[in-house]
Design a protein around this ligand. Structure first.
Ligand SMILES: CC(C)(COP(=O)(O)OP(=O)(O)OC[C@H]1O[C@@H](n2cnc3c(N)ncnc32)[C@H](O)[C@@H]1OP(=O)(O)O)[C@@H](O)C(=O)NCCC(=O)NCCS
Length: 175
């Protein structure tokens, strides 16, 4: 076992309270409602969430506690770099925050998606919880993390949205 997968195995043992599974199309509406409750996430259309839960289900994950969805990550492989998992959104119900759920979802997802050696995501500069979540993930995998503005507030968002920084984590060991 590699040092990275050693670290991930230890993390898995911290809390057995959650179950993790691949999304299915019938989850779309519950995902839509969870994301709506998780500011500052952008709401997508319900149709978009249905596509995430069907076309992109292999690269997305649902977390449940007592049969209720309490966490969701949407992601996809970059079309030109299939070894890179792009994490689109991470949503954890407010009742479950600060318990390591986002970290566990990321860990489970990366374990499941074959042949991924890089993770990309975007984060707004002021989203401390999100920065710390991805910094923790990189630390656990002993992988480098770098970041640079990808979509600029003025150049790309016409002032309507904060800049989004591209965060690049990797390479990391295949799990
Ligand atoms: C960001 C979010 C997904 C984190 O979920 P979570 O399950 O609470 O995160 P975890 O408990 O796994 O914590 C991961 C790391 O982030 C840190 N962290 C979590 N919430 C934090 C907060 N509000 N402020 C600062 N650090 C925070 C934790 O301490 C942990 O770091 P550590 O292991 O070094 O101590 C959750 O707060 C959320 O859904 N926020 C609203 C939506 C959002 O902003 N999503 C991210 C953008 S895609």
């Amino acid at each position: 076992m590699s040092p990275a997968s050693d670290c991930l195995s230890e993390l898995s043992d911290i809390s057995p309270a959650y179950t993790f599974r691949t999304p299915q199309a019938t989850d779309g509406n519950v995902v839509f409602e969870l994301v709506s409750r998780c500011q500052p996430l952008d709401e997508n259309s319900l149709y978009c969430n249905l596509l995430q839960c069907s076309h992109f289900s292999d690269t997305s994950i649902v977390a449940e506690a007592k049969g209720q969805m309490v966490g969701f990550i949407s992601g996809y492989r970059l079309p030109q770099q299939p070894n890179t998992l792009f994490v689109w959104q991470v949503a954890v119900d407010a009742s479950q925050r600060g318990k390591g759920l986002a970290s566990q979802m990321l860990e489970n997802l990366v374990k499941r998606v074959a042949d991924v050696t890089y993770l990309h995501t975007t984060i707004t500069p002021d989203n401390k919880a999100s920065w710390n979540t991805f910094k923790r993930f990189a630390l656990n995998l002993k992988a480098p993390l770098s970041h640079n503005v990808l979509f600029d507030k003025h150049q790309h968002f016409a002032g309507k949205h904060d800049s989004e920084e591209l965060v690049v984590i990797g390479p990391f060991t295949r799990l």
